[in-house]
Design a protein. Structure first.
Length: 389
């Protein structure tokens, strides 16, 4: 299986990490990191900020089991400019073919989750092409109208070329199936085993022993996807609550609001943590939250953190988005900022009822990555040629 990744392998763990690491248990998987863009390489060269290590990085690295990561390096950049795109992608293909030869791979499933990879689709020969849609990409922040048109064009091409389209939500299925009828929902999931035994392990949350309770926690990327004004109101109007933000920060288009949050004494930025440590922090949250900004991106979302909070048996307060409406009593949906504060207060006013905690764990258990793998394997069995099933 060849997965054309949108970002380097190292970083915040997302559904692609969970899926590819599991596929790698019984088949060879190559996670292909995105190549450098020609304009970025040129800019770094002019500024003298292109280390020699970036030119000659190792081509293939072994991660675990049968999972490998392929990196190209700055000597093999690509461009999306139509006049020279084909030439640059041909050079990239030659480098990648050496990786395939090294691992003795002749036939493979090709899996992508970002349409910017579309030029590579004409350079590779696969048994099956999977397009995995995990977001509405045109709704990302800082997307200009020109970029939006480019995303729409490249995604239409990818959807029409794909043999199988997997989406994480019903709203995405409705949207993407207009161009590819073979579109199926496989929601996000959770590593249930990582959250088992918490009730029997009272020291699991000691990683936050220095942060006063109650702790209102969020785990995930911190940036403009969140309703940062809501978080500011929560922190200012509830100074006795500790607002705990776990994850990487992307402040490119929200520096002012992030700066305001950082200056508040009861807001704690803990940074990005190893995936295996995240459950320990979630265990220490008194209330979990998903304060998404109310927009088109949230409408299509199926957040991993919702499954993780459920697996920990936690109650959740969130803004109103489609995925949150279908999970049961452990998720409280707030209609406004004032309601969000009210729902947090109400959740803290009494211990989580045993039946709600049990319901949360049962709901999350149905979304284990093992169950998601079974769904995907059944789709592969239906669409792979007989000789490679």
């Amino acid at each position: 299986m060849v997965y054309l990744g949108p970002e380097p392998w190292n970083g915040l763990w997302r559904n692609r990490h969970h899926l590819m690491s599991r596929f790698g248990r019984d088949r060879t998987v190559i996670y292909v990191e995105p190549p450098s863009l020609l304009k970025q390489v040129r800019r770094r060269l002019i500024r003298g900020k292109l280390p020699s290590a970036d030119l000659f990085r190792a081509r293939t690295a072994h991660i675990q089991d049968n999972l490998h990561v392929f990196r190209t390096g700055a000597l093999c950049p690509v461009t999306l400019r139509k006049s020279v795109s084909a030439i640059t992608w041909q050079y990239w293909r030659r480098a990648f073919r050496r990786c395939l030869a090294e691992l003795e791979i002749e036939r493979y499933i090709l899996w992508i989750s970002r349409p910017f990879w579309y030029p590579a689709l004409d350079q590779l020969t696969q048994e099956l092409l999977i397009y995995h849609v995990v977001d509405e990409y045109t709704a990302y922040s800082m997307v200009t109208e020109d970029v939006r048109r480019g995303i729409i064009e490249s995604e239409e091409y990818t959807l029409q070329k794909a043999d199988l389209v997997i989406v994480v939500s019903e709203t995405l299925r409705v949207s993407k199936s207009k161009l590819n009828r073979n579109t199926h929902v496989v929601a996000n999931g959770v590593d249930i085993g990582a959250y088992s035994g918490f009730n029997e392990n009272p020291t699991a949350s000691n990683v936050m022993a220095g942060i006063p309770r109650p702790r209102i926690g969020y785990s995930g990327l911190i940036g403009s996807r969140l309703d940062l004004e809501l978080l500011l109101d929560l922190a200012r109007h509830r100074p006795d609550y500790s607002i705990v933000l776990l994850g990487a920060v992307d402040a490119r288009d929200c520096r002012s609001q992030i700066g305001e949050l950082e200056n508040l004494e009861n807001v704690h930025f803990l940074g990005l943590k190893p995936a295996e440590d995240v459950p320990k922090y979630i265990k220490g949250f008194d209330v979990c939250m998903i304060p998404y900004a109310r927009n088109e991106r949230a409408r299509h979302a199926d957040p991993l953190k919702l499954y993780e909070y459920g697996a920990a048996g936690k109650e959740v307060v969130c803004t109103d988005f489609v995925a949150a409406r279908n999970v049961g009593r452990f998720c409280r949906i707030a209609a406004s900022t004032d309601d969000f504060l009210f729902q947090v207060d109400e959740t803290l006013s009494r211990p989580t009822p045993v039946d709600i905690a049990t319901e949360a764990r049962q709901w999350a258990g149905m979304g284990s990555w093992e169950n998601r793998m079974l769904q995907i394997e059944s789709l592969l069995a239906m669409h792979l040629p007989p000789r490679v099933r």
